[in-house]
Design a protein around this ligand. Structure first.
Ligand code: PLP
Length: 466
């Protein structure tokens, strides 16, 4: 059965409910008609008409090494000829064993045990449950968590409980367990003076940042207040180190993540680093925790782990946490959690190839000059009359669109200004996405400088036309 484009769209609209999508708009082609992707190569997606689009959001932050990467393709094919899936409950397999060794070799040395799952939300849920149970084994009942406003940790109910984005999470409030929220490290003082603190001149450390902002480090003080008061009931504190990506790329002041980590030590709670977005090179380092110089008790990985090929996640923890779960069968200290597709062998094969590529293709070394080029392009764009604040780290950036640069006035939400710009940019052969009126860029690590330039130019052109 070969379906025409018209028929495909008709069937999509008739049968399918898309994620994070107002289906009423989707049905009405607002702000644009659905795009049907047929194939991809490198940084490009191709639709059913053969039209080519630069993938400026890495297929929603997963694809880091390019589509149809020959080495990952070959690794998956090789594994396909062996076994596509077998359970990880009571059995094991070669790709997952190899991958555990590779992951531990690139992660901070104190992280020793890999627990696999299949998406970022579950990687976070697993860390939360392990942390909770760890304290139970110690004879403590810690039933809440510490998180940050604007945080995003996924869409399952546990992950939503530690989510601080009202837009996504408020609707489910009644279903959630208790979490405390410290301010996002992007306070009103930082915010009010955001145009005076050029994102390019990130202060050297947290103290310096607070001095420039004149805020007295309120965000850390409030986090400390929460821990002082409730620390004994907080099983773990969670953070997306360096970048609250889903909040529109809120880049943390230098040293903030380290301050947060120190508080966890001081008040004796566990630390979970959610690197689902920032992991695998997005900051310019392999992991953001290297950038932050923090030693979390858990790190949650997914998205880029397979090069963006397949669903896979890992929650990696210390011997200390792992050992607390050891005991006799009848002691019921087992970690009762698992998924049907835990450690899928095809996904593990893709991940093994992806990690190798970082080394063989010198991905991070080659990235340095691209990041510098990107930064310069964004700096030029930040002078645009329709641009408010720009936040940037590595290959990630958030560009706030404003109606008036001087007053900082924004467009009416209903106008969907940024969504329309993203729709128009498709005519320039570029796919990016917006979060409210923030344009979000999340570039593949294998992008070229001329492709970066193309994206910046297209944004400028569309902003000119506002
Ligand atoms: C995307 C994301 C998640 C959720 O991952 P899914 O695979 O979509 O469930 C969790 N945390 C962060 C920081 C993310 O960016």
């Amino acid at each position: 059965m070969k379906l025409t484009a018209k028929k495909l769209i008709e069937l999509d609209k008739k049968n399918i409910w898309h994620p994070f999508t107002q289906m009423g708009d989707w049905l009405n082609d607002d702000p644009c008609e659905p795009l049907i992707i047929e194939r991809a190569k490198g940084s490009y997606l191709y639709d059913i008409y053969g039209r080519k689009y630069l993938d400026g959001v890495s297929s929603l932050w997963v694809n880091n090494l390019g589509h149809r990467n020959p080495k990952i393709d070959a690794a998956v094919k090789k594994q396909l000829a062996k076994v596509s899936h077998s359970t990880f409950l009571g059995l094991t397999h070669i790709p997952a064993i190899e991958l555990s060794q590779k992951l531990l070799s690139i992660l901070p040395k104190h992280l020793k045990k890999v627990f696999y799952s299949d998406n970022g939300s579950t990687a976070v849920e697993i860390a939360l449950k392990m942390a909770y149970q760890f304290w139970r084994f110690k004879g403590e009942r810690r039933t809440s968590f510490l998180s940050l406003r604007n945080a995003y940790h996924g869409d399952t109910v546990g992950a939503v409980s530690v989510g601080g984005t009202d837009l996504f999470h408020k609707s489910f409030k009644d279903l959630l367990f208790k979490a405390h929220f410290a301010p996002s490290p992007f306070c009103r003082k930082c915010f009010a003076r955001k145009n005076e603190i050029p994102f390019l001149n990130k202060a050297k450390n947290f103290k310096e940042h607070c001095k420039i902002a004149g805020c007295g480090g309120q965000c850390v003080k409030k986090a400390e207040d929460i821990l002082k008061k409730n620390g004994k009931n907080i099983a773990a504190a969670i953070i997306e180190p360096e970048n609250q990506a889903a909040a529109g790329m809120i880049i943390m002041p230098a040293g903030y993540a380290a301050e947060y980590a120190n508080l966890c030590k001081k008040y004796n709670t566990l630390l979970i680093a959610d690197e689902v977005a920032t992991g695998f090179g997005r900051t310019g380092e392999m992991f953001a925790v290297e950038y932050s110089k923090i030693k979390p008790d858990f790190i949650c990985l997914s998205k880029g782990i397979t090069g963006g090929y397949m669903p896979l996640a890992a929650t990696i923890t210390t011997d200390g946490i792992y050992n607390a779960f050891l005991g006799k069968y009848e002691e019921f200290k087992t970690f009762f959690h698992g998924h049907s597709y835990t450690a899928n062998p095809l996904a593990c094969a893709a991940a093994n190839a992806a990690i190798d590529i970082f080394k063989t293709d010198k991905i991070l070394q080659k990235l340095k000059s691209k990041i510098a080029f990107f930064k310069n392009g964004l700096a030029a764009l930040s002078n645009h009359q329709k641009v408010g604040n720009i936040r940037h780290l590595g290959v990630m950036a958030g560009i706030d669109i404003v109606k008036d640069k001087k007053t900082g006035a924004v467009y009416d939400y209903k106008l969907k200004t940024a969504a329309k710009i993203c729709a128009q940019m498709r005519e320039d052969g570029i796919i990016i996405r917006n979060l409210g009126d923030t344009l979000v860029l999340f570039l593949p690590l294998t992008i070229t400088v001329s492709e970066i330039s193309k994206i910046i130019k297209s944004i400028a052109k569309r902003l000119d036309a506002l």
